[in-house]
Design a protein around this ligand. Structure first.
Ligand SMILES: [Fe+2]
Ligand SMILES: [Fe+2]
Length: 258
């Protein structure tokens, strides 16, 4: 079976490119489950309940997020009501929402989608490696296909998670940096891996934001408000092929549409 994962959807340019191409990708690539990271889908900062519903209605089955999940205050009440919108599992357990969803793909196969967050140059959270172990121990063993979005800054922390979960999950893909990496591969145990899927949004930017504003931040050190850029829009994703009987990945391929 084929699972699509779309990297961080950034503001309205990102949402527009997803709405333009998603159904085409699902049909042409025979996608059974479509996942996207949506932590920047509302103006680059967070996600609103309305935008979450809009993205799910386009045909995305699960939305993962990251550190920006808490940016919009309406999301706190909404998270417990929408189990298909995840927040990283290793945030404090008293916070709303869940970091794992188990749902049936279009072919009837149950898939577990998990969202974890790194700890280097990121907000304080519980250990993502131990949390991953906990999540896997709690899963029904009949669920073979398991997909992990590891939202982290550091390439080494992401590779470490790939090897930590090698042979135990179908895929570990990275998000958060908004820069796609060219290292997609299937690890020795049958876990598809890519350090970062990249952003789905405006690449004529500094990781999604207007260049002049983001540059001014670096030049002055002042906390200048950032606006989303609008041009150079690209959709970055990966398609992971999984043997649904074993849960092992047999392939991973980058798909970029501009
Ligand atoms: Fe992001
Ligand atoms: Fe992030």
């Amino acid at each position: 079976m084929n699972i699509l994962f779309i990297g961080d959807i950034f503001a309205s340019p990102g949402r527009t490119v997803v709405s333009r191409y998603l159904q085409q990708i699902i049909a042409e690539e025979k996608i059974q489950l479509a996942i996207a990271n949506a932590e920047n889908s509302a103006g680059g900062f967070g996600i609103t309940p309305q935008i979450s519903e809009e993205l799910l209605s386009l045909g995305l089955d699960v939305l993962t997020t990251g550190n920006h999940i808490w940016d919009k205050k309406d999301i706190f009440d909404y998270l417990p009501r929408q189990p298909r919108l995840l927040r990283p599992a290793n945030y404090n357990q008293d916070l709303p929402g869940s970091g794992v969803a188990v749902l049936k793909a279009r072919n009837g196969v149950e898939v577990a989608v998990m969202n974890l967050q790194g700890r280097v140059h990121m907000p304080q959270t519980d250990c993502p490696f131990r949390k991953a172990d906990e999540l896997l121990a709690a899963l029904n063993p009949a669920v073979k296909v398991k997909f992990v979005d590891f939202h982290a800054e550091l390439t080494s922390e992401k590779q470490a998670m790939g090897w930590h979960l090698n042979g135990r999950v179908s895929a570990v893909v990275g998000t958060h940096t908004h820069v796609p990496t060219a290292d997609e591969r299937v690890l020795s145990g049958g876990t598809a891996y890519q350090t970062d899927v990249g952003m789905t949004g405006p690449y004529d930017s500094i990781i999604g934001s207007e260049k002049a504003l983001a540059l001014k931040r670096f030049l002055t050190g002042m906390p200048i408000r950032l606006d989303a850029a609008k041009t150079g829009v690209e959709l970055h994703s990966v398609i992971v092929t999984v043997n649904e009987a074993t849960g092992q990945a047999t392939g991973i391929r980058r798909l970029c549409l501009c």
